[in-house]
Design a protein around this ligand. Structure first.
Ligand code: MLT
Length: 208
């Protein structure tokens, strides 16, 4: 299958050589959804927000799923590579530094982000995964040159995600060399203020 371009919003920073905050929305969302969170985290970055290329009953997603919680892993791998190819091209046309990207994803967006991290462990400076799930049943082995910091937050009453599974996902990421910060919050699948505030603290520690 050929790679397709993605719809996006790009807001350049006024600062030269700024980092870029790359955003991935959840199922049924779009590229507008996470813009306020990006501004809250950092006013001085370029912001690039993507819209997933897959439609499920009219709802944008970043990759296909067989059923809720069961992913089409072949499509996930293909769509992850599609995003990478698109970003490499876009960095040239929009003029941001491809080596200075921090990414943030919610739910379905966190899951393609997990896949991108595992397939390209040295690509990102850091990543924020809100309500993530393990992207592949068998996680690939990775070799990385730098220990990429990764923030994850889960809802303790989120009926769509098995926390035990997320725990073993975090352990597997840590074993592979990622610097994991995982929070279990008193919430469901929806994002809460705690997610955003904890992510902001983590962001400031690593990139402030
Ligand atoms: C979702 O609704 O987006 C799921 O919880 C996660 C996914 O399908 O990637």
């Amino acid at each position: 299958m050929k790679f397709q371009p993605l719809k996006y919003i790009y807001r350049p920073s006024v600062l030269p050589e700024a980092n870029t905050l790359l955003l991935f929305h959840g199922t049924g969302g779009d590229e507008e959804d996470l813009l306020d969170i990006a501004t809250y985290l950092d006013k001085d970055v370029n912001v690039l927000s993507l819209r997933g290329n897959v439609l499920e009953n009219g709802m944008p997603r970043f990759f296909r799923r067989v059923s809720p919680g069961k992913f089409d892993e072949q499509d996930l791998a293909h769509r992850s590579d599609e995003v990478l190819v698109f970003l490499r091209q876009l960095a040239k046309t929009e003029g941001f530094n491809i080596n200075k990207i921090i990414a943030l994803g919610y739910s379905n967006g966190a899951n393609i982000l997990g896949s991108i991290l595992l397939r390209n462990p040295d690509f990102l400076l850091g990543a924020i995964l809100f309500r993530p799930m393990r992207p592949y049943r068998l996680l690939p082995a990775v070799r990385m040159r730098h220990a990429c910091p990764v923030f994850l937050s889960s809802g303790m009453s989120d009926s769509t995600v098995d926390l035990k599974d997320t725990e073993s996902y975090c352990a597997a990421l840590s074993d592979r060399g990622f610097l994991i910060t995982w929070h279990r919050l008193k919430s469901g699948h929806g994002l809460s203020k705690d997610d955003v505030n904890l992510a902001a603290q983590w962001y400031f520690k690593h990139f402030g």
